[in-house]
Design a protein. Structure first.
Length: 171
């Protein structure tokens, strides 16, 4: 009896890697709560706008202050730094009446306080890079009652530490 040639019909498939959920590196409402304000998380989003990273929206109990904590994770630190430079250039269009100044948080931190472009609220924005992550913190409050720079800086430092520790280990 002749042998029948055998060819394997088994195919190998590799599942696409699942996106990393970086929400574990966001600050929590407890991190943001202090003697003056108790914050609650209203929403969080993994991979905002389809980009690797995370975002969360917090509001205080009086509904008079809000904090938006967003970071994006890039392939490398050089890309994050270049994107930070571009983002910092947009600050004058995002905050009216404020002058951006250096902030000693992360790499090339910058802070600006003033009015929202619609002038219906006060806003403080912070941008900084930490390794391959780019952070944007936005503090919103009533017109004429901006978030104190020291408070905003303390929040930024907490987010910087969370990213430094969290991105250094396994994802």
């Amino acid at each position: 009896m002749p042998t029948i040639p055998f060819t394997s019909t088994t195919t190998s498939t590799t599942a696409a890697p699942q996106p990393v959920d970086y929400r574990r590196l966001l600050l929590s409402a407890a991190d943001l709560t202090d003697a003056e304000d108790t914050f609650t998380e209203q929403s969080s989003n993994a991979n905002p706008n389809g980009s690797p990273g995370a975002s969360a929206f917090f509001v205080n109990a009086k509904d008079s202050r809000a904090i938006v904590d967003t970071f994006l994770v890039y392939p490398d630190a050089a890309t994050a730094a270049a994107t930070l430079t571009q983002a910092a250039g947009t600050l004058p269009t995002l905050v009216k009446g404020g002058t951006p100044k250096p902030l000693p948080v992360g790499t090339d931190g910058v802070i600006v306080s003033g009015a929202h472009p619609t002038e219906d609220k006060a806003v403080t924005l912070i941008f900084f890079a930490e390794g391959k992550a780019l952070v944007r913190l936005e503090f919103q409050s009533a017109t004429g009652d901006p978030t104190k720079e020291g408070r905003a800086t303390a929040v930024a430092k907490m987010q910087d530490i969370a990213l430094r520790a969290g991105l250094a280990g396994p994802e």
